[in-house]
Design a protein around this ligand. Structure first.
Ligand code: ASP
Ligand code: MG
Length: 430
């Protein structure tokens, strides 16, 4: 059958007619971060990318961040106005950056003939709890946006914001527009959530340190979560959790280049599983050793209880029984920002805990190898340890999870360790 015009036939729902062909219509959510909307030229560029998706026959919702630097500026204003600020007013101020970009992008789309309308969180609405400054999305009502899709309109949504049960504007925590985009994609049943950013995908490790790092075609949600929590700050961690729970397929790609990015998907979608998919590192680590702590029940609770009460997160822990018995050395890590608070707290409790000495060191780095394939392959730890030993790198602390092995080493060896491990696990680009 040849069809001359779309008007000549009745199109089944979910289909559209483009360039003489029927296409199954999909819904795509696109998200553009701060650097992608940093000025009007870039917003025009974003509009062109949105139009390309519309021209493919898809329903499109676009989530935008504030212009690069805008949110920092707003946070600054708030702190200057009031040091101990009311978080409801913090949200009223810092959510405004996204309002500006949503309006501007809607205008730029209209300029190139794409019907578009801006949406603030409360207009959709995107419901959240009332934890101002770091609210969680509780529900997204997609119906009004869907109705406008029916009229061929693109929805331009202000990221990072929602509405509390009291009807006040909330924000989702820094980097929160990723989470807005994933939540919207889930509510709309979108085919994919494309996160456009200033990197072109997720790499096997930091390409600035390891020139042979490769862009991954696909990565699992779980691996991405481990990468994100280790400081590969491509996506807000919460957005990855949400994507995993709701089964939203996410793509990380560059807004400046026209190349496919990295798909973050369910394990089932990955046919050729690598044992190790990536190597991450975190410099945000500091090590504390309590020397010769009394070795009796309740000691660990006496140390880590008060740290937890002070909101100090402890990550890696090792305990050694000293020769002769009766005393043990205890080593653990905290973030660098928490180091001095942790040391002060432990020194204040020296008599209760009863230790001989406290040593601390913030010249350390945590290096982790990550891969879902580890669940079914033995020997991953062994090759990590031999590789580091061959380079003369001493391992200070080890911790493992089902899909991750982390070691704490001297910061000086970061590059050497990353490069050697990258080669050892066969990750180097040809
Ligand atoms: N503009 C907000 C921030 O800078 C949210 C975001 O960009 O994701 O944190
Ligand atoms: Mg971001």
């Amino acid at each position: 059958m040849t069809v001359q015009s779309a008007a000549a036939v009745h199109l089944p729902e979910g289909c559209c007619f483009v360039d003489g062909r029927f296409l199954a219509m999909a819904c795509i959510v696109q998200k553009f971060g701060g650097t992608s909307v940093a000025d009007l030229d870039r917003i025009h560029n974003v509009a062109r990318r949105v139009k390309a998706e519309v021209d493919r026959g898809n329903d499109v919702a676009v989530v935008v961040s504030a212009m690069a630097g805008a949110t920092n500026q707003l946070v600054d204003y708030v702190s200057q106005a009031s040091a101990l600020h009311d978080t409801r007013e913090y949200d009223a101020v810092v959510s405004s950056g996204e309002q500006v970009t949503a309006g501007l992008l809607a205008l730029c789309l209209q300029e190139i003939g794409v019907p578009a309308r801006s949406w603030m969180g409360w207009q959709i609405p995107i419901h959240t709890d009332d934890v101002h400054g770091k609210a969680r999305i509780t529900d997204v009502e997609p119906d009004r946006i869907k109705e406008k899709f029916g009229e061929g309109q693109v929805a331009v949504v202000a990221g990072f914001q929602g509405i509390s049960p009291n009807g006040r504007i909330t924000t989702l925590g820094r980097g929160g527009s990723d989470t807005s985009a994933v939540a919207l994609a889930a509510a709309l049943g979108a085919e994919r959530c494309d996160i456009f950013t200033d990197v072109d995908g997720v790499y096997t490790t930091d390409p600035r340190i390891v020139p042979k790092a490769r862009k991954l075609e696909k990565i699992t949600y779980e691996e991405m979560l481990e990468m994100a929590s280790l400081g590969a700050k491509v996506l807000q961690t919460r957005s990855v959790e949400l994507a995993m729970n709701k089964g939203v397929r996410v793509q990380v790609l560059s807004s400046f280049e026209d190349t496919p990015g990295t798909l973050v998907v369910d394990e089932d979608e990955i046919v050729e599983k690598q044992v190790v998919s990536g190597i991450a590192y975190s410099r945000d680590e500091a090590k504390i050793t309590l020397v010769q702590v009394e070795d009796r029940p309740g000691v660990a609770a006496g140390i880590f209880g008060p740290l937890a009460d002070a909101n100090i997160n402890v990550d890696m822990i090792v305990q050694n029984v000293s020769p002769g018995g009766g005393a043990t050395d205890l080593t653990f890590t905290v973030t660098r920002a928490d180091l001095s608070r942790a040391v002060k707290l432990l020194e204040g409790r020296r008599d209760e805990i009863s230790y001989k000495d406290l040593i601390h060191d913030d010249g350390v780095v945590k290096v982790s190898v990550i891969g879902v394939g580890m669940r079914s392959h033995a020997g991953v730890a062994k090759s990590m340890f031999t590789t580091l030993a061959d380079k003369g790198i001493n391992i200070q602390v080890i911790s493992t999870s089902e899909i991750k092995i982390s070691v704490l080493i001297d910061e000086e060896y970061t590059e050497l360790a990353l490069r050697a491990l990258h080669t050892a696990y066969g990750l180097d680009a040809d």
